[in-house]
Every structure is written in C-alpha cells, then in structure tokens.
Write a protein that binds this ligand. Structure first.
Ligand code: MN3
Length: 202
C-alpha cells in the first residue's frame, strides 16, 4: 500500500479532526477526509486494478499524461486520481492556526511580491478567484513550467499538473468543504482559509 502508487491508501490526517476549529469544524473534517477523500482512494484502486501498466505510475505520472491513459477509462481515472492528489495536498498544507507557518518565506515570498505586488494583494486576488469558482472546483497558486506564479481555478478534480504546473497551495471550494459550518457563506470560509493554510520553504 502506498500514498502515491497503486494500491493507494488514505494518508492519515496530520492533526486531529478539531485542530482547525473554529475555521473548519471537526464534523466537516471527518466527513471530508474519512468519507469523501477515502471514496476517491477506493474508486481509483477499483479502476486501476484493470490496468497493470498504470499500477507502476505515480499520481503525477497519471495526471500529467492524460493522453497516455486508456480512452474508455480516461475520465474515470483522471477524476479519481485528481481527487486523491488534490485532497492529499489540501489536507497536508492545512495546519492549526496556533502554528507559526502561515506566512510564505524565502524565495516564495520574493516571488509573490514580484508577481502580485505584495502578500496582501496576492491574498485578495486568490480570494476573489475562489469566490468566482462556479460549481465545484478549486483555486490554486501554481508555479508554471516557465517558473512564474499564477492563480488558477479548475473544475471538479482537475489539477494544473495536467498542463505542466506545480501546486503551491490550493483551496477546495466544493460545498462539502464548508457548507456544514458556513452554509452559503463561501466568502467567510475563504477569508478564514488564510488562518490555517501553511507554506513550505522554497
Ligand atoms: Mn473536497
């Protein structure tokens, strides 16, 4: 069993269900991680059991080579591999508000200032972008293949790795990510994301 190769297993949540309160409630975390994320892991294993060749591919291999996937199962594989990849990154990057890693440092803050003017301006643009996701999807901060930072929205479980980008942070704006606590108030959920998202060293 592995987190990045068939047969996939569900990565454990790196903190308790209630660790992100009051910004994300424990019940939402439990359902999101143990039920919805687990469902993507299970469905990905179910489809990959028919494709021996793909069992040796990493998630990155699968998502970055959509045209190499068997046509009859392509949508099913991409959807579930994307669901596993995106939720792995989403839960991994969140951290209790009391931790001190919620501001970008080093090369990343330098690049953010270069690309967006300031961290405050970047947060404003990212938040606006997340508020504008129509239907189910995500907002990403990515590094493009030529090294630039970019904010991108995607639909459903699409990850910009499909067009050569790497993910720095992402916000799940599917309703299941916030509806229990925030109801229709997506903007409050987005604003509170900045208290719990963490940034890695670059
Ligand atoms: Mn989700």
């Amino acid at each position: 069993m592995s987190y990045n190769r068939y047969p996939y297993e569900l990565p454990p949540l790196p903190y308790s269900y209630g660790a992100l309160e009051p910004y994300i409630d424990a019940e939402t975390m439990y359902i999101h991680h143990d039920k919805l994320f687990a469902g993507y892991v299970e469905r990905l294993n179910n489809v990959l059991k028919y494709y021996t060749m793909l069992q040796n591919w990493s998630l990155e291999d699968i998502l970055s080579r959509p045209n190499a996937l068997p046509r009859s199962s392509r949508v099913n594989i991409l959807r579930n591999a994307g669901g596993v990849y995106n939720h792995t990154l989403f839960f991994e990057q969140l951290a209790p508000a009391s931790e001190d890693n919620h501001l970008p440092t080093g090369r990343l803050i330098w690049d953010i200032n270069q690309n967006f003017g300031s961290f405050e301006k970047f947060k404003e643009l990212f938040s606006q972008s997340a508020a504008n996701v129509f239907g189910s999807g995500y907002t990403f901060l990515v590094r493009t293949s030529n090294g630039k930072l970019k904010i991108e929205n995607t639909e459903n479980q699409t990850n910009p790795i499909e067009w050569g980008c790497s993910t720095i942070i992402l916000l799940d704006v599917w309703e299941h990510a916030y509806f229990l606590e925030y109801k229709n108030l997506r903007t409050e959920y987005i604003n509170n994301f900045w208290n719990i998202v963490s940034f890695k060293e670059y």
